[in-house]
Write a protein that binds this ligand. Structure first.
Ligand SMILES: Cc1cc2nc3c(=O)[nH]c(=O)nc-3n(C[C@H](O)[C@H](O)[C@H](O)COP(=O)(O)OP(=O)(O)OC[C@H]3O[C@@H](n4cnc5c(N)ncnc54)[C@H](O)[C@@H]3O)c2cc1C
Length: 656
């Protein structure tokens, strides 16, 4: 019984008991339930871990497979599925089962930054950004368990701009990464919910969508203020488009990885349906810490890992594939002797390949201009008003209603002064995520918890307007110029790496100026577009506390605001960048093989040579599909000889 079945039973009982009575005591119950989240998470994860422990055999079984895939996240789940259609695959995953609460989109922001579901990495203290964050450290969340960060993310599904991929094709010299050539891999994964289109004015390009793939994509049934936002964007010159087709600039209501209102993680899409597949073995609670190599040409033949506290070795007769995410695949490579020579030698790690691992680290940084107060009541989403017993019932029984949204309701992409000056007006470098959320009681606490922002500052900023209908934006720097880097803290795999993003440290200071322009444009549009004027939308009069000394709304105010209230949008990439062999940034070649080794690939968000200009999950799933196909093409002569195909296990999934 999953969470939804469990909740269904509860709702049935509650309905029988009389829904009116339920509604009156629901609010205290809701707050109680939110307060109990840490205990619920711990209880579930302890239980799940001990259940898994029972399944681990005492003696080592023969641990030999065709392929070992390390990490079952957005990309790894795809790779394990596609390869195990034809070959014996071991999928190693550091975490366990996805937490049942993660199925509820309305819980998404609340669940971030708990150790049971999130590795909770932190950047080093920043000097030009994140100034109002605790210790000036950006929160670098990473999802754990089967599904990885696709269990924890805010579910926005966007593929990216055509030029993102044409640029990759240029960098790699490989036309297979050009937009037109990767579209089939987006389509391969997609199960587009055409019937979820709930706004007649939205644009959908049917040619760029299909039904029937594993990954269901669609629009949530509840999307506050989105039509007003899209009309405002049009008024401001940003047309309505299908943001999952080709566009120059454009805006659209949000598309989520969602089926029947629930989160549709890569676990749900790619792993759950094939858990009985005979050729797939899953070892949960299994953390890889070293790749095994043999010979002078660094041929990978296995992985050392710790499973439920015990050291294990697994062998791969064909390839080892790292899909541990951009931060952990890079870490694993460095621990195994592939990385910058000086750095590895300083830690006493034997260098196999001197490679720029961790050097090209990129992320998207965001800030939150607003809130914009509105006069029409009940237009925005306010949790204590808009989530009642009936809403829970609606979600559980129909998969509709207020709980089907994560708080991000629409997106728009446009080009800043810099993009225009550089002749790239058709390749947007700024994103607005539109948040139709009002000023809930717990907003300061929730944002503080999710993004590591100082709660005292957010309380002063949001408290005076508590309970008001409102909306706000996340402005995101889609094409940052600055690059960061990551290092190992030590040669001990248990230590978190050191992450230095260097947000806003580009010598030109234009990264922050692009953000300032995005904030000012959001204010102008929100206060002047007719669709928002009808709601009397206006910027809250409360200035951001650390920037009080500056003229409110001036350029210097917005720069201060952006430097203080800046957070990671969790789009870490580029640490194991693909490129032409022999070029300084390349860690993997265009077929994702680790340069300087044999039988070793990286297939995850780390291979992006430049971060896509949109949220990264969609691109990472595509990388999983594209990468898996490279592997299958390499080993195609063996495919027909393989008999494991399509056989199913009698039990739920094989233990051991
Ligand atoms: C809070 C949050 C919100 C986000 N919101 C969005 C959004 O709305 N839309 C969007 O497009 N993108 C979003 N993203 C980004 C997106 O989810 C990621 O880019 C994407 O999931 C990365 O996929 P991946 O396969 O590279 O890594 P992951 O999905 O992180 O998978 C890595 C997996 O490897 C496992 N692992 C790590 N180390 C080891 C090891 N040593 N041994 C074994 N297993 C290991 C991990 O447990 C994990 O399961 C968000 C991310 C976060 C964290």
């Amino acid at each position: 019984m999953d969470f939804i079945d469990f909740a269904n039973t509860g709702v049935q009982l509650a309905t029988n008991a009389g829904m009116g009575a339920l509604t009156s005591w629901f609010l205290p119950l809701l707050y109680g339930a939110i307060g109990a989240i840490p205990s619920l998470l711990t209880l579930y994860s302890d239980f799940e871990k001990s259940q898994d422990l029972i399944s681990v055999p005492f003696s080592d079984p023969r641990n030999v497979y065709d392929f070992i895939v390390v990490g079952a996240g957005s990309a790894g789940a795809v790779v394990a599925n596609r390869l195990s259609e034809h070959f014996k695959v071991l999928l190693l995953e550091r975490g366990g089962e996805p937490h049942p609460l993660s199925a509820v989109p309305g819980m998404a922001t609340i669940l971030i930054n708990y150790p049971e579901v999130d590795y909770m990495y932190r950047s080093v203290p920043q000097t030009h950004s994140c100034l109002s964050l605790n210790q000036r450290q950006s929160s670098w969340s990473r999802g754990t368990g089967l599904g990885g960060s696709s269990n924890l993310n805010l579910m926005v599904y966007l593929r990216g701009h055509p030029l993102d991929y044409d640029n990759w094709a240029n960098i790699t010299g490989d036309p297979r990464w050009a937009y037109n050539n990767i579209i089939p891999f987006f389509l391969k994964s997609e199960d587009y919910c055409f019937e979820c289109e709930n706004n007649l004015n939205d644009v959908v390009e049917p040619f760029f969508h299909r039904r029937g793939g594993p990954m269901t994509i669609g629009k949530p049934s509840y999307n506050p203020l989105v039509e007003e936002f899209l009309q405002a964007a049009e008024w401001d010159g940003i047309p309505r488009v299908d943001l999952n087709g080709p566009y120059r600039e454009g805006a659209a209501g949000v598309t989520y990885t969602q089926r029947r209102g629930r989160r549709w993680s890569t676990y749900r899409a790619y792993i759950e349906p094939i858990r009985k597949r005979h050729s797939l073995t899953i070892h949960k609670h299994s953390r890889a810490y070293k790749i095994l190599f043999r010979g002078d040409n660094n041929e990978a033949y296995g992985v050392e890992y710790v499973r439920q506290g015990k050291r294990r070795v697994a062998l791969a007769t064909k390839e080892v594939i790292l899909s541990a995410g951009s931060l952990d695949s890079a870490k694993l490579l460095m621990l195994s002797g592939i990385g910058p020579r000086d750095h590895l030698e300083a830690l006493g790690i034997k260098v196999r390949v001197n490679a720029p691992v961790g050097k090209n680290l990129q992320d998207h940084i965001g800030t939150f201009p607003g809130p914009f107060l509105i006069d029409r009541p009940k237009k925005s989403f306010i949790v204590e008003r808009d989530v009642g017993a009936l809403d829970v019932a609606e979600f559980v029984t129909n998969g509709t209603g207020t709980l089907t949204q994560t708080g991000i309701n629409a997106n728009a992409f446009f080009s800043s002064f810099r993009a225009k000056r550089e002749g790239q007006a058709g390749w947007p470098d700024t994103q607005w995520m539109f948040l139709g959320i009002g000023q809930s009681e717990t907003l300061a606490h929730d944002f503080s918890h999710a993004f590591n922002v100082r709660e005292d500052i957010l309380t002063k900023f949001y408290e005076p307007i508590k309970g008001r209908d409102a909306f706000q934006y996340t402005v995101m720097l889609s094409r940052p110029k600055q690059r960061g880097e990551m290092f190992l803290r030590s040669a001990d795999y248990r230590d978190d790496p050191i992450f230095q993003p260097r947000y806003f440290e580009d010598p030109s200071t234009e990264d922050v100026q692009v953000m300032v322009e995005g904030c000012k444009r959001a204010v102008y549009m929100s206060e002047n577009a007719p669709s928002f004027k009808r709601l009397n939308a206006r910027l809250s009069p409360v200035p951001f506390p650390p920037c009080r000394h500056l003229e409110f709304r001036s350029d210097s105010y917005w720069e201060c605001f952006t430097r203080h209230y800046s957070v990671s949008i969790y789009h870490f990439s580029g640490t194991t960048a693909m490129g032409r062999r022999g070029t300084p940034q390349a860690v993997v070649d265009p077929e994702l093989r680790v340069i300087g080794t044999k039988r070793l690939r990286v297939i995850d968000a780390g291979i992006m040579p430049t971060v896509v200009t949109v949220n990264t999950n969609g691109a990472t799933i595509m990388i999983g599909e594209r990468g898996a196909q490279f592997v299958l093409d390499t080993w195609s002569p063996y495919i027909n000889k393989n008999r494991v195909r399509n056989r199913r296990r009698p039990d739920r999934y094989r233990l051991g």
